[in-house]
Design a protein around this ligand. Sequence first.
Ligand code: ST9
Ligand code: ZN
Ligand code: ZN
Length: 341
Amino acid sequence: SALFLAEATTTEEPVPQVINRTTHRQNINAKQSSKLGHPRYRWQIVWRNVLAFAYLHTAGLYGLYLLVFACTGKTFLWCYLVALFGGQGITAGAHRLWAHRSYKAKLPLRIILMILQTAAFQNHIYEWVRDHRVHHKFTDTDADPHNAQRGFFFSHIGWLMVKKHKDVMIKGKTVDMSDLEADPVVMFQKKFYLVLVPIFCFAIPVLVPWYFWGENIWNCWFSIGMFRYAISLHFTWLVNSAAHIWGTKPYDKTIGPTENLGVAIAAFGEGWHNYHHVFPWDYKAAELGNYKVNPTTMILDGLSKIGWAYDLKTVSVDMVKKRVKRTGDGTRVFNDETSGN
Ligand code: ST9
Ligand code: ZN
Ligand code: ZN
């Protein structure tokens, strides 16, 4: 050790410390955090949310059992429709309209999307959009609310059961939210969210099958209230977890988000996530729109035909090609280039 000390003084390096019992990831987090001048992220568990998710998942599994073995066919169809419409409140509404402004919507469409977004109960539009814009601006860092560097569980559901990292608040303040503050539909929902959620996420979806075709109310609560809500959450969360971990990176191989067919199927076309992070203003949230799995794009194309959706923004083929060439991982091949070009 005398030799070691001599070496240490001559090279003027700090004495190395034994770092067992500390995982590699914790070290990285600690380094990132200390650079920013505050202690590393310690999880403060929010037990209210843990208990709520424990109930939701237990009740949701029971609801799945009832849906398959006890409910009528009509109730099964209703479950799908509520998930589909609530899903559009998230994909067409919160995500492509409000978070990214990838198209404009007339007032009636904005009101419908706000109601559907309420039926999905994923926080009010203002909070959803703020977290999502911060996610895009600071992807896979401590300021990303669902930082996928912390692994599948954290980016999927864990982030909703702990206090946020300070950077989310600090850097989040740099995100402009004035467009949403100017939208009365968004501000109305924000103000009355606690009244609107029980009505549109639970009362109406649960009572319709009971009132209109005499479904057992117990079945309604567990299958439509709990199972439909839980599965919609998981399908949404896969975009933050799976589509930040597994898949190809045809547009930018240097970033975390991926192209993931399974997630695109589950999330109504929101699994083409490498493209989406490179070109977030494209209303298709994918290069090929309808030609790849993307029902939300089909719906938006329909809404644009009747004039409710307008000024749809997209990206030129040329721009995509250039980007693919410059930063892609080589998995996107254009036909004219395969023939030698
Ligand atoms: C849910 C959301 O599930 C899911 C979002 C998924 C997004 C996916 C996106 C992918 C693309 C689209 C895919 C669609 C697919 C659809 C398929 C459909 C089948 N910036 O939050 P607080 C500040 S929600 C700036 O309480 P805590 C702010 O001042 C599920 N500032 O932090 C704030 O005060 P205020 C239901 C920010 O105490 C203050 O901090 N909900 C930001 O650490 C405190 O904020 C739940 O499960 C920011 N980003 O608590 C629970 N954030 O608001 C909901 C915060 O007054 N959440 N600030 O301005 C909570 O309980 C808590 O937020 C917490 C953290 C415990 C998680
Ligand atoms: Zn996005
Ligand atoms: Zn993402």
